[in-house]
Design a binder for this molecule. Structure first.
Ligand code: PGA
Length: 230
């Protein structure tokens, strides 16, 4: 199966010339660049082989929803993929599974592939609730649809403290056994770098990676691309 690398730029960089530069150096087939929406158009112009995606969406199609971006707008600008349910949004904006479900439906209606982020916190893992939490987060996927799942243990995100590949592999097996037919790929995310990326792909058997901070450093990201996609 072809591997996929999703670059989640989060709220970076601070201006369009830097966005263009990062995009230029990240332009590879199999790479989905998810910049802030304000840079989508410029990033799109900069790339030939990579694809653009977004980091979030609103669930309504149009109307009085200040500050929001619809799935239709994202489709019209060329997004084929949109991240939903990222743990930073679950935490900072109190997005719960029912909100994320509405976003997923809106994307599916427009023919955009959702990249659904799931994952347990350290406390939930310590309480042996990791599988239960992940199963609840996955239960919102409609029966006959295939989405991309990104398993991102919350403690591993942005911390430099990546998840042990064996632990990640156990969760990958749990997801694929319990949710057969409801995903096309399962990605790993959380402090991925050029040193650990091969472990998740080769040993934990993930179908790709969701990369945050390392995707902004073009030398590091190039190394990840080389290891993961070649
Ligand atoms: P990180 O972010 O690679 O910086 O840990 C991953 C993510 O939040 O998706």
């Amino acid at each position: 199966m072809e591997k996929l690398i999703v670059a989640n730029w989060k709220m970076n960089p601070e201006d369009v010339s830097k966005a263009r530069e990062i995009a230029f150096f990240s332009d590879q087939g199999g790479v989905i660049l998810c910049p802030p929406v304000i840079f989508l158009n410029e990033v799109k112009k900069e790339i030939k082989k990579a694809t653009i995606g977004a980091q979030d969406v609103f669930w309504e199609r149009k109307g009085s929803f200040t500050g929001e971006t619809s799935a239709l707008m994202l489709k019209n600008i060329g997004c084929k993929y949109v991240i939903i349910g990222h743990s930073e949004r679950r935490r900072n904006l109190k997005e719960d599974n029912s909100i994320i479900e509405k976003k997923m439906k809106a994307l599916i209606e427009e023919g955009i592939t959702p990249i659904l982020c799931i994952g347990e916190t350290r406390e939930e893992r310590d309480k042996k609730e990791a599988e239960k939490i992940v199963a609840e987060q996955l239960s919102i996927i409609p029966k006959s649809t295939e989405v991309i799942i990104a398993y991102e243990p919350v403690w591993a995100i942005g911390s430099g403290d990546s998840c042990d590949w064996e632990l990640a592999k156990e969760m990958r097996s749990f997801i694929s056994d319990s949710f057969k037919g409801r995903f096309s790929k399962i990605l790993y995310g959380g402090s991925v770098n050029s040193e650990n990326c091969s472990d998740y792909l080769e040993k934990s058997l993930f179908d790709g990676l969701l990369v945050g901070s390392a995707s902004l450093d073009h030398q590091e990201f190039k190394k990840i691309i080389e290891k993961a996609l070649n």
